[in-house]
Each structure stands twice: as C-alpha cells, then as structure tokens.
Design a protein around this ligand. Structure first.
Ligand code: UD1
Length: 341
C-alpha cells in the first residue's frame, strides 16, 4: 500500500480526499492541528471506508512537531498539503496569522520532503490567483492578478515558493490545483463542511438558512454585468474535487508530468449565478429559501469559471457529479448536523 500524508485531513476538502484515497488503496496518514475541525472526523472517515487513517495532532507551521511526527511515520511517498487558514475576511483583519500559518506551513512541508525523501506534492491553490480574468472561461495561462486579500496572497506566494524549490530539487515533483468553489458533502452524510460561526460562503449560508439557523440569506448585489445581475462562480462538487487530487498523485507516480511543477484548474467548466444556485437548491431539495437582495460585498469578483480542458486531457479527470446531487448532499449533511429529520 502506498503511504500518503494528508495535511489538514480532518477539514472539508481533506476529509473527503482521505476517503477517496483510502477507497483507491492508499494508506492515509493525516496531520491536522484541529484549529478548524474535530477529531470526530477520523471516526466518521473510518465508518465510511472501514479503514482508520493514522492521525497526528500536528501543526505543520511548527517544524519540530512536523519532523518529530514524520520520524515516527516513515515510508511516505507523497503529500497532499491542505492545512492552511482560509477565511478571506479574517485574513484582512489578521494578516500575520495567514502569512505565518500558510507560508511557514508550506516551507516546513518542502523541507520535510527533502529530509524524509518524499517525492510528490499536491498543493491546494485557488482560482483567486486569477482575480477578475479578462477572458472567460479562465485557462491556466491567464495572468495572475495582484491578490485581493492576504489569504489570496499566500496562495500566490506559495505557488512561487514551490516553483523556486522544484527548480533546484529535481527529485521533487509538484502539482498545484487551483480550485474553483468547492461545495457539497459526502453522500453518506458522515462528513461535510462545518463552518465555525456565521458562514461566509454561499452554500453553508444557504443550508443554514434552509435549516432555520439563519433567518434570511443576503444576496450580495444584483447589479453586476451578468444575465441576472448576480455574480457567477464555478461550483465544484467536493467528491469530484477530491478525485482530482488522486489523478494528480497518479500523474506524478507514473512520471507523466511535463514539468516539475504543473498547474490545473479544478472546476466544472460551468458558471452559475447566485440566483441560479439558489434555484437549483430549491429544486433539488423542495425547500423554499428566504432570501433578499442587498448591496455588493466588498472584494467580490463579478464572474469567474474554469476552462477545464487541460485537466480533462492531462489528468484524465473531469467533474461528473450532477448539481442536483451536490445540492441534496449538502442539504442532507446540514439536516444531519442540525438533527432535522
Ligand atoms: C471565496 C474566496 C476564495 C475561496 C472561497 C472558499 C474571494 C475572492 N474568493 O470565494 O478564494 O477559495 O471563498 O473559501 O474572496 N454570496 C452571497 N451571500 C452570502 C455569501 C456569498 O450572495 O451570504 C455570494 C458572493 O457574493 C459570491 C458567491 O455567493 O458571488 C460565492 O461566494 P463565496 O461562497 O463566499 O465564495 P467566493 O467569494 O467566490
């Protein structure tokens, strides 16, 4: 069994990726500092797959902790590095937390790859690096725009750090996956997204409103240059997203890379407006949502969706989960969390 380290493996994307990896025969080792997740996730992953991942409560931004853990867990061939702070708004308020966690974390991971002879890295990047692209859909060649937040800046800086690092370490290979908007939950309703406090992202806000936890969803602006005036995003199902990581790992294992660092857009290729997404949720679940149009949210981009042809061709991967299923899974997860029958 190939051993793979998943940092941030109890988080939303990390937990779903762990499940898919285990189901495809990998032995998963998770490190997570549990700053935004709980160790219960490990039990729920085990319930789904019948296999308990190895787990260490480790903060990857602490080099000593990380190295001590890796000394005890040798034989890892690849790393998928999710562990990072990710709240865009908070990153504006406390930028140093983001620079410290996200940049130190990556540097420690890269140093660990050298020290413990780990060859392959998948890095969680974001479509935020493109800002508002001039041409849509956005390809991987689209120019990187100045970041709109410290969070976005850490993604850009980290891509550059990896680029410089692999240049002088030819034994190390890396793939940066630029995610569009990850949504949904595992069909078992055993794992899903668990935002702390008031959700900043659209889908958790929708499901919490439907569950009666929030009174009303605010739609941030309907005066954008889009068909219905609300912003357009590319919402990608979490299982599809998880599987993109496995395709990336396989590409490196099979030495199919054309460059030692490659970038892939991970989205569906379809743009949906906020109102279209609300409608899709209502149709899939039969639940009517209470929402109102309010002013724009500062820093929001008008429209972005992915050109996924490079990922489709080179990774042999594509998004396949129907939107209706994604919405139902997100809703079933919310019902489970809220104890709604
Ligand atoms: C943001 C980040 C992105 C990050 C992602 C997931 C930016 C530019 N992008 O994406 O880097 O990876 O979160 O954490 O900050 N909306 C509402 N009402 C709400 C919430 C959202 O109308 O209560 C709208 C927003 O205006 C936006 C869309 O829903 O048009 C999606 O918002 P959100 O889920 O927060 O994701 P992004 O802003 O696209």
């Amino acid at each position: 069994m190939k051993k793979i380290l998943v940092t941030g493996g109890t988080g939303f994307i990390g937990s779903h990726t762990t499940v898919e990896l285990q189901q495809k025969g990998y032995q998963v080792v998770i490190v997570d500092n549990l700053s935004n997740s709980s160790a219960d996730v490990i039990d729920n992953i085990t319930k789904i797959t019948g296999q308990k991942p190895i787990f260490g409560k480790v903060d990857v931004s602490n080099k000593e902790q990380l190295f001590d853990f890796l000394k005890q867990n040798q034989g890892i061939e690849s790393i998928i590095h999710f562990a990072a702070s990710k709240a865009v708004g908070e990153s504006v308020q406390v930028p140093l937390k983001y620079y410290r966690n996200n940049i130190n974390g990556l540097i420690n991971i890269l140093e660990a790859m050298k020290e413990f002879k780990i060859s392959n890295l998948v890095f969680s990047s974001s479509c935020t690096v493109y800002g508002q692209p001039e041409k849509l859909p956005v390809t991987e060649q689209s120019p990187i725009q100045p970041a709109l937040s410290p969070y976005g800046n850490t993604k850009q800086i980290n891509e550059e750090i990896i680029r410089d690092f692999v240049k002088v370490n030819p034994e190390i290979h890396a793939i940066a996956l630029r995610y569009f908007n990850p949504v949904g939950a595992h069909p078992s309703s055993l794992i899903g997204e668990l935002p702390l406090g008031v959700p900043a992202n659209l889908i958790p806000y929708i499901t919490q409103t439907a569950a009666g936890i929030r009174e009303c969803l605010s739609v941030f602006g309907n005066d954008y240059d889009t068909p219905d005036g609300t912003p357009i995003r590319d919402y990608i199902d979490i299982i599809d997203l998880a599987n993109a990581h496995i395709a990336a790992i396989k590409r490196m294992e099979d030495n199919k890379q054309k460059q030692s660092l490659e970038f892939f857009n991970i989205g569906t290729g379809n743009g949906l407006s906020v109102l279209e997404l609300i409608k899709a949720f209502e149709e899939a679940t039969g639940v009517k949502l209470n929402y109102k149009i309010v002013g724009r949210r500062e820093g929001d981009i008008e429209k972005v969706w992915a050109d996924t042809s490079f990922a489709n061709k080179e990774l042999g991967w594509k998004a396949v989960v129907p939107l209706k299923e994604t919405m139902l899974n997100a809703w079933n997860w919310q019902k489970k969390v809220s104890g709604i029958k």
